[in-house]
Design a binder for this molecule. Structure first.
Ligand SMILES: NC(=O)c1ccc[n+]([C@@H]2O[C@H](COP(=O)([O-])OP(=O)(O)OC[C@H]3O[C@@H](n4cnc5c(N)ncnc54)[C@H](OP(=O)(O)O)[C@@H]3O)[C@@H](O)[C@H]2O)c1
Length: 218
């Protein structure tokens, strides 16, 4: 059996650990340096997994703008229910059509709606498990996967212990509102969270932001 791909997370968070504004979007809080760093990290990945709500709320740019001669990673989207509007940037500007994973429940809807702009893969059963997604990506030869949130999707990967590296940018703002998510968020804590320490591998200050990279300690 081939091993699973390496999964890296990249997120920006405020000084009080929030990754989302009160309006449920993320804009205006990261600098040009952070966007450049994001592209450098993206350029090392073959696949870029994006959360459904993040696409709906933020409509992220997915092509590389700050890395010359870099290859855009192929976008991957997980849809457990419903579909997405086909006018989102991820469908309009991807060099390769995004891969969409969905379930029996929404397969017909997604196919009818998005088959001209994406490749659609049905995962059998009722649970769109990140493990099954990674197995398919591995079978297709992908080894380096980048996950860019949001927190719900990150959580489902963390909970199965599928993440090996975390990039975090700390941006110089305080939002202050409770109930805004951090880089990951589920209803329950992770088992033995205080026994599993992440190892700080790099830290860098650029102007007013801090760029950190942690790896899982084996
Ligand atoms: N600061 C940053 O760096 C950063 C980066 C990215 C996003 N964000 C922010 O994150 C927020 C969105 O995050 P979010 O947590 O609400 O949503 P999300 O993680 O973007 O998307 C979650 C949705 O994906 C679908 N999904 C499919 N399979 C899943 C699985 N196995 N596990 C979890 N979800 C799965 C679910 O919708 P269905 O069940 O309907 O399919 C779920 O509701 C936005 O405010 C965005 O601005 C911040």
């Amino acid at each position: 059996m081939t091993s699973l791909p390496n999964v890296t997370i990249n997120m920006a968070m405020t000084l009080d650990g929030k990754v989302s504004r009160p309006d449920g979007r993320w804009y205006g809080l990261s600098s040009r340096n952070d966007k450049k760093r994001m592209d450098e990290i993206r350029s090392k990945a073959e696949v870029l997994i994006l959360g459904k709500n993040s696409i709906l709320n933020d409509d992220p740019v997915i092509h590389l703008r700050y890395v010359e001669d870099g290859k855009d990673p192929r976008p991957v989207i997980l849809l457990r229910s419903g579909t997405l509007p086909e006018d989102k940037k991820v469908f309009r500007f991807s060099k390769e059509p995004p891969l969409i994973f969905c379930l029996n429940e929404n397969y017909s809807l997604v196919r009818d709606n998005l088959c001209s702009v994406a490749e659609i893969i049905l995962i059998p059963g009722s649970d769109l498990s990140p493990l099954e997604v990674l197995k398919v990506l591995s079978e297709r030869g992908y080894r380096e996967v980048l996950l860019e949130g949001g927190p719900s999707l990150n959580d489902s990967f963390f909970r199965l212990d599928l993440i090996s590296r975390i990039y975090i940018t700390i941006v110089p703002f305080l939002i202050g509102k409770t109930d805004l998510p951090s880089i990951t968020g589920g209803r329950k804590e992770y088992p033995d969270f205080d026994q599993n320490r992440w190892k700080l591998v790099t830290s860098e200050i650029l102007e007013n932001e801090v760029f950190l990279m942690y790896e899982k300690q084996e």
